[in-house]
Design a protein around this ligand. Sequence first.
Ligand code: SAM
Length: 408
Amino acid sequence: YDVHDELLSFMSSGIYRFSGSNVVFVDPVRVLSNSYSRFRINSAGYYSRFFGVPSKGNDGNSVDSSSSMKNKKRKRNSQSLNEREKSAENRHQNARPFLVSAYESFQRATDLLHFLPSLLKEDDSMPDKCDTELNFIELGSLWQAPLYEISLSLPMENIPAEGGSQPSCCEGRAVPVFNNLIRNQSSYDLEADFLNRQYILPGKCRFFMSDLRRVHDLIPAQPDYGYNLIIIDPPWENGSVYQKAVYPTLPNRYLLYLPIKQLAHIDGALVVLWITNREKLRAFVEDELFPAWGVADISEFFWLKVKPDGSLIGELDLFHHRPYECLLLGYINAKNVNSEKIPKNKVIVSIPGSHSRKPPLGRLLSEYVPGPKPARCIDLFARELVAGWTSWGNEPLHFQDSKYFLQR
Ligand code: SAM
């Protein structure tokens, strides 16, 4: 099993493991496409911010290279930092060796580096900007929301013909789209119509589109129907005006309201929480949120963001724009799990998609998930669906719009 084999396995799985290290590279387009039978993710839609941008080769953004004067000025002098900034800087300095060594492993994988620009398939074209998507957040808050229906239809070839004759059309089953648990019970991709737009639902997926006030409707009636893997990507408040325009944010204390304990499977659950690089948030999660949810045995992973030319998306030491994000992992009721199995400081490297879109983690985490297999998985504050998973949030159909897909 040599380097070349690793690239071959990456081409089908979307995951490249760097031997002898806790580092993986992920191509979300390949990983997500594995959820579909008749469709695949359009790479130009996923990697839209890099699509059509000529690849300049490594532009000197490597970790230790010198940077422009402008960037140097934006680096903070440690004497001018307040207490909280100092502790953030300390945390960064502790993470730095893992990030630098991960980036070095990535840079050594020359077969992968050569392959990176082709992750943006040239024959995939950008979805039309004028082709406007629906705003589920807005629609869901209207008084008419309970009246909106989505119609799910199986493609013709999957409908068994009665009495030998082909059905002339495929019947759509209309169900309320908001505050309703919708499932694709088949193993095939379903197409769903809602207000003149089409959505692609992967096999065996379930979703519940609602505001936080209805999240308790997800609590399973029987504890052995609970979830073994719970991924949470909250709309944390931050200063960015742009973010406020993209989706509404929630004050930290509202997260205490999430029924994580009740969602967990009785045999235990791995809980994964995306956090931002803000120190105040970290203290809230460690001192209040995780204890309230009953999450213990915490480890930390990093998501390091690179461009298609292999350089970091920004300088590693810039104070307010780190080219990485953190995720915290912990267990609920992990009687039978050996949390020692979770490596400390694992680094996931990938090319970022749209604003705030996270790489898919299911495959990477499956070995640490407790309880029966296949694991029951849920994505909270989701903007997409995954085959076999449950997705909840106020816009879980967001990236399921057919404009983000191509036929296989
Ligand atoms: N994990 C997602 C991805 O990779 O694309 C990004 C999630 S984003 C950080 C947070 C999501 O929470 C947004 O879709 C936002 O609309 C949603 N959200 C904000 N307020 C909410 C609320 N009160 N109830 C439900 N969802 C909410």
